[in-house]
Design a protein around this ligand. Sequence first.
Ligand code: GLN
Length: 472
Amino acid sequence: MTGAVDIARAVRAGSRTARDVLEEHLAAIDGREGELHAFNLVLAEEARAGADEVDRRVAAGEDPGPLAGVPVALKDNLCTRGIPTTCSSRILDGWRPPYDATVVTRLREAGAVVVGKTNMDEFAMGSSTENSAFGPTRNPHDPSRVPGGSSGGSAAAVAAGFAALALGSDTGGSIRQPAAFCGVVGVKPTYGLVSRYGLVAFASSLDQIGPFAGNVADAALALEALAGHDRADSTSILEAAPSLSGVLDRGVEGLRIGVIRELVDGIDPDVGTRLSEAAGALEAAGAKVDEASVPATTLGLSAYYVLATAEASSNLARYDGVRYGLRVDGDDITAMYGATRSAGFGAEVKRRIMLGTYALSAGYYDAYYGQAQRVRTLMIRDFDAAYASYDLLLAPTTPTTAFELGAKTADPLSMYLSDVCTIPSNLVGHPAISVPYGRGDDGLPIGVQLLAPALGEATMFRAAAALERSLA
Ligand code: GLN
């Protein structure tokens, strides 16, 4: 299966039709979707119409855009006009958004073809896609394993060749962790670089949309199309979209890269070995690599589970049985709210709403929410201090390879630990990319993570491309 850059080039040149590319991906979906369950909804007919329109434009001599004919899969928390958007939750049963997310509009304008909506942990809360109300997604490399989460369906879709690109959302690692588990590239951009308009909110100060791709160049092409200011999102930054595709072959000569000591503690030995090899490869390519310390990263997980749940408890208050989806009647309005929310939300979502409500309650606000905000400030300072000495930081993406289905469902804390290496970037708003780097002792993919300061995407992609080349 070819990647996005090659597909778009061939379709624009008229040497391949978008329809032919699409049919190849739909055949891959037919072959393995029953086993993997990457999608909540496959949009075959809409996609055929979209591909035919791209081909019509090519035939008419028009330029269909940089993603011409590229099949993309969308996480099912991205609004699609008139098309069910479920967040893999019963509470949105029957809801059809009246508008498209800005990223969906941008992809279409760039010539991409949407093939479907992907499975996820309910409201993006989880690390395995097992919290979906519609059943889990399986890892294409080993169907007894999870694909990671919460954007597990998107990661699996790219890994299985169902789509050349996919979009996910990353609040604490939900793009990078599943990318690592499925052996694909995953990017969390700088907070504010990609519009969140039309992304169903989980924790608004942490959520960012980003791409999954089969290789670094495809991810760069996707992010160029997605990024850039949007008036509809008040946290969207004014910066123009960065130019990434043009810098990929510039190498890492002279870059200073620090391996974050605190994030190496406690990871599996095979993950540690791949990380050391990645550090060695960057050094061999001309970077200056040594050990860096970002002390407050050890506090990330605790701060995140206060802040993310606090924001979620507020964001999810809108699912009241009146405005969206499911309604379960009761004797009065309070009973209706209770019955709807009891029936509509799954166990993990309820746990987060209760945790967050507690953290925000009058007697505990300062001890929990206030304290977590102070940790966030400490972490920003620690990263700023590290970036005074380094251009980029390197870390594992996850402490382990993909685990077995069911292995962590009974123990939420062990599930939360999957994100210990990815959460810090969300708390500070910085970009990070996970690049596949070899396999573990169990034969499953391992990812390493490059972290950059705010708006450092160009340097981050340069190093990611160098890492990828070192494996070739
Ligand atoms: N796994 C983390 C959580 O459950 C991160 C989720 C995400 O990034 N959406 O909150």
